[in-house]
Design a protein around this ligand. Structure first.
Ligand SMILES: Nc1ncnc2c1ncn2[C@@H]1O[C@H](COP(=O)(O)OP(=O)(O)OP(=O)(O)O)[C@@H](O)[C@H]1O
Length: 863
């Protein structure tokens, strides 16, 4: 069945490919345009100033009572901005040498704070070099003193401050370690740097450098390892100090900067005002929602789902098939989306973990499918559902970007509210994609990796939050959608319970019914009722379908009284019988058939089909039932053969027996040549033939045919009748028709249904002899003499009644008991001598006459 949308499914799955191809081309052009001309085509290397890690003023260590050393700066320096010195602890075997080198290491005062002398930053980093120098935080010039320096200022958009380096001598490195430990653990303060000159002298320089190792990075195996931050500059400073100590200030050995290996330099265009790319991704992923919703509503609107149910496809199976079908499309779509996005070179796809991305989209797709099931009962028309879906998708993207995003970023909004909003799947999708985009872009800038599974361990992770919420919402939606879908059958089961209680509490419920039900029952109807009552006592292998007093009352709405559509029908149909139901419009035929095929729940009474009870075994009855509804319920996008294969499978046919059954069906209804044509391109008659073939495939035990030959040409009609006559041999057929010819040709018994009940039952001949014991005389004269003609007819046949009179043409019913056919001929001959007769004729009663008579009688008997 699901093959029917191959092309449209392919179009859907290729949609992201098209979009990302366009974006990829756009980015390629952008890249070409913006690539620096003086570099190799698109490769680039970046220089980073070599920096020191300097603690921010408030974290620099000062003297306190708990510390044994008294040479630390006084705490009063904290009151003045950036005036606390940065302490450098030094030790070694030779104090004079060590203090000399440390002093030479610090650069002389530079009053103008020019960036030429920049050496340190207080900014945290998780890279060795920290090339984010210009991204906030103070930048320091470490000098021997800051007496003449200007206060912190802006230089080339960088805050530059002078910081005084304060070397303090300690007796041993263990003393330094002791102080470093105390300072760090007890006060959360940081010393600037520590140097152990060991046995260094003017002849040789051996140094051990102490650095701040509180910056940590995660290693690939998830360990938190200390990051060796900015040690290069510390090393260079002390080496330079040693050189200057030996050779004087004119000799310098300065590490200015470090260069990375070349990398592909490409800044992605910043579309993110406001979150344009995120909106696009949200639309692309969410666009399957209207497709699914429309598809579900379409099957309901076209009654295809009902048709499938009537052929044995249970609710659960339908759910499963549709769900899996949508899921397969979704998975293909996600794959196409991820591959196309990656090929287009977008960071959100390249930088983030593929498995995280796939999991996120997979969970959302499931949520989206369950939401389609949940909302589908709200719509009657597929177009309405589709329009709603499209608006919802577009609205979600826009609301997400312009409202929801700002709420997420606003720390003053309680997280609970954000989580409540994320219960709406569109916002959860927006949040997730926004996270992926942020991680992707950030990673592209820093040339690291985007979101990984380990990021989801963090309790504050937005992705973790939406994944949990979406999974929860998905399960809830599935549960609610399933309950809503089954609510009608649940209700009917409950109503059946109350009805059976009613039936057991009172043997007859006739006192519930209005007086108008009470009318004289015809003899044939009484016989049928008695037969049914006898059959009620035990199963009978001869009878395929038995109706026990089926009744249907439609509840009155808007102040109207209840409508008694079927007032109690008894019927016993032997196997192999084709039973015809005739009746005027509104008589209750469709209601009766709908109760029999499970579309409507009887108000009371029941029926047994092949021993199965209509009230609680309908799902089993569906598997042995075939239905040709009044209006063709077929998929325009499936071929006739595919229809038959689908319904054949529902009837448990498979393999070669299925192929044979399909071929025989197509041949039977003369559609073999057009079997592979789309049913949407069939003519009205061809569709009708297909509907009949669908009803008969799979050897059903009982078949309902509602006006099967409507719209067929005489030749096709005859062919179809042959098929039905052949089919009725080993099954029971109930057929409704307005064609007397069809009823007479196909039906073994006919029941005329009027005013909510059978008015007569019997074969065509029985009915004609029972209800039509008269000749019909049709006579046409000039209109002026119709009274005279009527007088003559009534004169020669007492009891003659005029049933029709229009512009000179009159019809008379002449009771067979009062006149012979030859006497009619003689009388007309005599009449011709008195007045001119244009045309005349005598016929026996037809089924049509019986029909009209019975219908009129039923109509006039209504109180
Ligand atoms: N859902 C409903 N709610 C209320 N009344 C209904 C409903 N469906 C049918 N009826 C009424 O029940 C009566 C029987 O309708 P039904 O459709 O069974 O007649 P019918 O014999 O099939 O007519 P037709 O030959 O025109 O199809 C009609 O008076 C109709 O108005």
């Amino acid at each position: 069945m699901q093959k029917r949308h191959v092309r449209s499914n392919l179009r859907i799955v290729l949609f992201p490919v098209v979009i990302f191809t366009v974006i990829g081309i756009g980015l390629y052009i952008f890249k070409k345009k913006t690539a620096p001309k003086h570099f190799e085509p698109s490769y680039y290397t970046e220089e980073t100033p070599a920096l020191l890690q300097v603690p921010h003023s408030i974290y620099r260590v000062v003297r306190s009572k708990s510390m044994s050393s008294t040479d630390f700066p006084d705490a009063s320096c904290r009151k003045r901005k950036e005036s606390c010195p940065a302490t450098i602890l030094i030790t070694g075997e030779n104090r004079t040498f060590g203090e000399g080198v440390a002093k030479a290491m610090l650069i002389s005062p530079r009053p103008n704070n020019k960036s030429n002398g920049l050496v340190g930053t207080s900014r945290e980093t998780n890279t060795q070099f920290g090339n984010d120098l210009f991204d906030g935080g103070y930048t320091y010039q470490v000098q021997s003193n800051c007496l003449n320096s200007s206060p912190p200022s802006m230089d080339n958009y960088i805050d530059v401050a002078c910081v005084e380096g304060l070397p303090l001598w300690r007796m041993s490195y263990s003393e330094i370690n002791n102080e470093l430990y105390k300072v760090l653990i007890s006060y959360f303060l940081f010393l600037f740097q520590a140097y152990d000159f060991q046995n260094s002298s003017t002849k040789g320089f051996n140094v051990n450098i102490g650095y701040n190792s509180t910056y940590r990075v995660r290693s690939p195996d998830q360990e938190l390892n200390p990051n060796v931050v900015r040690v290069q500059k510390a090393e260079n400073m002390i080496t330079n100090g040693f050189l200057q100590f030996l050779r004087g200030p004119s000799t310098k050995m300065i590490l200015e900067s470090v260069s990375e290996t070349p990398f592909l330099k490409f800044e992605y265009p910043d579309f993110d005002q406001p979150a344009m790319m995120v909106i696009l991704y949200v639309w692309m992923i969410h666009q399957l929602f209207p497709v699914f919703l429309q598809s579900l509503v379409y099957e309901k609107q076209q009654k295809l789902r009902m048709m499938m149910a009537m052929h044995g496809l249970g609710n659960e199976a339908y759910w499963m098939i549709m769900y899996l079908y949508f899921l397969v499309i979704s998975i293909l779509y996600i794959c196409a989306y991820l591959v196309a996005g990656t090929l287009a070179g977008l960071p959100i796809f390249i930088k983030n973990s593929v498995s995280v991305q796939f999991t996120f989209y997979f969970v959302f797709m499931n949520l989206q499918i369950s939401m389609s099931f949940l909302l589908s009962p709200l719509f009657k028309r597929a177009k309405g559902a589709s329009v709603f879906g499209v608006f919802m998708v577009f609205g979600t993207g826009l609301l997400g970007a312009f409202l929801f995003r700002s709420w997420v970023q606003d720390p003053s909004i309680n997280r609970i509210w954000i989580m409540a909003l994320e219960v709406y799947p569109g916002f959860a999708l927006y949040r997730g994609i926004d996270e992926l985009e942020d991680y992707g872009k950030g990673a592209a800038k820093a040339r690291t990796f985007g979101i990984q599974w380990r990021h989801l361990k963090d309790n504050t992770s937005g992705m973790r939050e939406v994944l949990i919420i979406m999974t929860f919402t998905w399960l809830v939606f599935v549960l609610i959608a399933y309950c809503v879908d089954n609510i009608s059958s649940l209700r009917s089961r409950l109503s059946f319970l109350t009805k059976s209680q009613m039936n057991t509490s009172s043997s007859s419920n006739s006192d519930m019914e209005p007086n108008m039900f009470v009318q004289m029952e015809k003899e044939d109807i009484t016989l049928e009722r008695k037969k049914v009552e006898q059959l009620q006592n035990g199963p009978n292998s001869l009878y395929s379908a038995i109706c026990y007093d089926l009744k249907k009352i439609y509840p009155g709405r808007d102040g109207n009284p209840d409508k008694y559509a079927v007032k109690g029908a008894h019927l016993a149909l032997p196997r192999g019988e084709c039973f015809g139901m005739l009746g005027p419009n509104g008589a209750g035929k469709t209601t009766f058939i709908s109760m029999m095929n499970g579309l409507l729940e009887p108000t009371s009474g029941t029926a047994s089909i092949e021993g199965l009870d209509l009230r609680n075994q309908m799902h089993m009855i569906h598997t042995i039932m075939g239905v040709c509804p009044q209006h063709d319920l077929i998929w325009d996008t499936l071929t006739g053969r595919e229809h038959l294969r689908f319904y054949g499978r529902l009837k448990n046919l498979s393999g070669s027996s299925l192929t044979k059954a399909v071929d025989d069906s197509l041949r039977g209804v003369d559609l073999l040549q057009d079997g592979n044509k789309l049913a949407g391109k069939y003519s009205g008659g061809m569709k009708r033939k297909l509907s009949v073939a669908i009803a008969l495939i799979g050897n059903p035990k009982i078949v309902y045919l509602d006006e099967p030959s409507t719209g067929l040409d005489p030749a096709s009609k005859n062919k179809l009748w042959e098929v039905i006559l052949e089919a009725k041999k080993d099954r029971t057929i109930i057929l409704t028709t307005h064609s007397m010819e069809e009823a007479e040709r196909l039906c073994d018994r006919i029941g005329i249904f009027a005013d909510g009940g059978f008015q007569c039952l019997g074969s065509s001949d029985e009915l004609k002899s029972r209800y039509g014991g008269s000749y019909i005389l049709t006579i046409t004269t000039t209109p002026e003499i119709i009274e005279e003609v009527q007088g003559v007819i009534e004169g020669f046949c007492p009891g003659a009644t005029r049933t029709y009179c229009l512009s000179g043409t009159q019809k008379f019913e002449l009771p067979k008991t009062n006149i012979k056919k030859s006497e009619i001929f003689g009388a007309v001959k005599l009449a011709k001598k008195r007045f001119p007769i244009q045309t005349w004729g005598v016929t026996e009663t037809t089924l049509e006459d019986v029909f009209i008579k019975v219908a009129v009688e039923a109509d006039s008997s209504i109180v």
